[in-house]
Write a protein that binds this ligand. Structure first.
Ligand code: PMP
Length: 421
């Protein structure tokens, strides 16, 4: 029996039925930005494993870091014990973000849960019972229940889980475009703050680019103004950099475009170069001191695999590799290729918009019925992408060659042109 038959019989895949309602491709191995399928087919990877494998796959430096760590200590519980790799990683994260206090956890969604808990505890420590959050329409912050509750209400699973999800307060999204207006959103934010500030613990947002909720690039000045308003009411700014962090938008963190320092930041995905599941919630010293010096006294969270040494060691290697590479130049080069190549899709009849920033390139269609057909065409022609709804997009590793990147973009466009015939 082929192992794929077992997969078909008893393995859930993300956002899928069992057995799967869509085609599942068997992967044999990976190398840099190539996926090798079981049948010998090769695909150029336009997804970098959901935007995490920033250095490509099987990078010798990252492989070595893991091999070395596994002989020293694969795992150790973090309750009451400490280890060098976690300390070194936390220092690196503080240096990069300008924040002070680091909570290492298992996945992006969990880091969002911890961020929400931290904001509630901070407010409680100050004697305030504040259990609501502000979030933007089109937001995406993860699939666990707390994280889901701050995702866009229409464009997410709110309707399925109904009243099980806590209700939060949503703000009109800033218009599409780096230079576009954000006045309406700011006015909405101001109004909601004036009305509900006594209940609101924090404002959670994806800086500059809203990812899975619409692949929307917006004006970074919105957050600069939003920060001033939140400060007035001591409402914490929670930047979810899980998708944007570690250079995806051309800056180490997308918050830098807005010139803001959030009170809390979450990172994941690229943190370990896409090797291991790990994320982090970071905060200012003010936040951690307020909780620690209060009657509450502790941050009540502690996953079994917190600070896993394998994940920490590969994260340390990934950050060092990033900092010692010319990543800014590489991301700029990828950005300019996306910009030039995507232009030829702009005027196609089924295309609504094309946009790009950093290593992120997006073609938004007018209709959501083509995603599967486009994906099938791309796979047929040697490219891996996973469109959702109207969004045909690619986020690539910084190590991708110019030729492979052009192949990804041109194949996506060919797939769309193919539909127009
Ligand atoms: N926040 C953002 C902005 C994300 O893009 C994602 C994942 N796509 C998450 C949170 C959740 O991360 P994870 O899938 O690691 O739980």
């Amino acid at each position: 029996m082929h192992w794929l038959d077992i997969d078909k019989r008893c393995v859930w895949h993300p956002y899928n039925a069992l057995p799967s309602k869509t085609k599942i491709l068997p992967v044999k191995r990976t190398d840099n930005t190539t996926i090798f399928l079981d049948d010998g087919k090769e695909l150029v990877d336009g997804m970098s494993s959901w935007w995490s494998a920033i250095h490509g796959y099987n990078h010798p430096v990252l492989n070595e870091a893991l091999k070395k760590q596994v002989d020293i200590m694969p795992h150790i519980m973090f309750g009451g014990l400490a280890h060098e790799q976690a300390a070194i990683l936390s220092q690196k994260l503080c240096d990069l973000s300008g924040l002070n206090s680091v909570f290492l956890c298992d996945s992006g969604s969990v880091s969002v849960e911890v961020a929400l808990k931290t904001a509630i505890l901070y407010q409680k420590a100050k004697g305030k019972e504040k259990y609501k959050f502000l979030a933007l329409n089109h937001a995406y912050h993860g699939d666990t229940l707390g994280a889901m509750s701050v995702c866009d209400q229409k464009n997410s699973m709110h309707s399925i889980y109904g009243s099980y999800l806590p209700e939060h307060i949503f703000v009109k999204e800033p218009s599409l475009g780096f230079d576009s207006s954000y006045e309406e959103s700011l006015a909405d934010l101001k109004e909601k703050l004036e009305k509900y500030h006594s209940q609101i613990a924090g404002f959670i947002f994806e800086p500059l680019v809203q990812g899975a909720g619409g692949m929307r690039i917006y004006n970074p000045n919105f957050l600069k103004e939003a920060q001033k308003l939140c400060k007035e009411y001591d409402i914490l700014m929670i930047a979810d950099e899980i998708a944007t962090g570690f250079g995806h938008t051309g800056k180490m963190f997308a918050c830098e475009y807005s010139d803001i320092k959030p009170d809390i930041m979450t990172v994941g995905k690229g943190l370990t170069g896409g090797y291991m599941t790990m994320a982090a919630m970071m905060s200012t010293k003010m936040v951690s001191d307020t909780i620690s010096n209060s009657d509450i006294g502790v941050l009540m969270h502690g996953p079994t695999f917190m600070g896993n040494p394998l994940a920490c060691s590969v994260a340390n290697a990934s950050i060092d590799l990033l900092l010692s590479s010319k990543w800014e130049e590489k991301v700029k080069n990828i950005e300019s290729i996306f910009k030039k190549e995507l232009e030829s899709a702009r005027d196609l009849t089924i295309v609504k918009d094309v946009r790009n920033i950093g290593v992120i390139g997006i073609i938004e269609l007018k209709d959501d019925k083509y995603a599967q057909e486009i994906q099938d065409f791309c796979v047929e022609n040697g490219v891996w992408i996973r469109p959702f709804g109207k969004l045909i997009y690619s986020i690539v590793a910084y190590t991708m060659s110019d030729d492979d990147l052009k192949k990804v973009i041109r194949t996506m466009i060919k797939a769309i042109k193919n539909l127009e015939r």
